[in-house]
Design a protein around this ligand. Structure first.
Ligand SMILES: NC(=O)c1ccc[n+]([C@@H]2O[C@H](COP(=O)([O-])OP(=O)(O)OC[C@H]3O[C@@H](n4cnc5c(N)ncnc54)[C@H](OP(=O)(O)O)[C@@H]3O)[C@@H](O)[C@H]2O)c1
Length: 181
């Protein structure tokens, strides 16, 4: 089964974007090979607000999205208006399970925090992979908005980057049933 991996850059105080949705604080990190990173996934799953901020035609990053299936969760977007995107209007295990069962690479839960919270409640996220950035934003869009579910995590990987000072932490998420014990 394909894994759903929530991979985001996060401030040290737990925000994925500043109060006005600002992400300019995310540093360029020359040691991270974005081509190789994107090649681990063939599907990008995201909430409507993250989709709204995506620059599919960006000269630097646009080609990284090419060939990926974009799956957007939204109660307000109509599939007919986005023929090149898969729109999920009603989030449920039933809606996500076929994506996971389909053969292919892992699914990148691209953001944001709100969608992550709802998928976590459904036990539909396998890993959290955070690029913790050495900045305090003081407020903004949380990586997991409260009230979120409680889950146990297992640290599976840690890396740090000298240039940016970012720390990369990967965790396996225990499902609700085992998190409670
Ligand atoms: N730091 C990073 O690496 C990173 C990565 C990605 C995004 N971001 C930032 O994160 C921000 C967006 O995150 P966010 O948490 O505010 O929003 P989000 O999760 O991207 O999108 C929220 C929207 O997704 C839809 N949605 C979420 N859960 C749903 C459910 N259970 N059923 C149906 N629709 C659902 C709703 O759309 P409707 O209102 O249409 O129903 C909701 O308003 C942006 O500023 C973006 O730039 C940062």
């Amino acid at each position: 089964m394909r894994r759903i991996r929530y991979q985001v850059a996060c401030s040290l105080d737990g925000y994925i974007a500043g109060p006005q949705g600002d992400i300019s604080w995310i540093p360029a990190e020359p040691e991270i090979d974005f081509g190789a990173l994107f090649a681990e996934f063939d599907t990008l799953l995201m909430g409507r607000k993250t989709f709204a901020g995506l620059s599919l035609t960006d000269p630097e990053y646009g080609q990284l999205y090419a060939g990926k299936e974009l799956v957007v969760v939204s109660t307000t977007l109509a599939a007919v208006d986005y023929p090149h995107v898969t729109i999920i209007n009603e989030l449920s295990r039933h809606a996500i399970e076929p994506l996971r069962q389909r053969p292919g690479k892992d699914i990148w839960l691209f953001g944001g925090g709100e969608l992550f919270r709802h998928l976590l409640e459904l036990d539909m996220v396998d890993t959290i992979e955070l690029a913790i950035t050495p900045v305090l934003l003081g407020g903004g869009i949380p990586f997991l908005p409260a009230p979120g579910p409680s889950r146990r995590l297992t640290l599976t990987e840690q890396r740090w980057y000298e240039h940016s000072g970012m720390v990369w932490l990967s965790y396996q998420i225990e499902p609700a049933a085992t998190s409670a014990s």
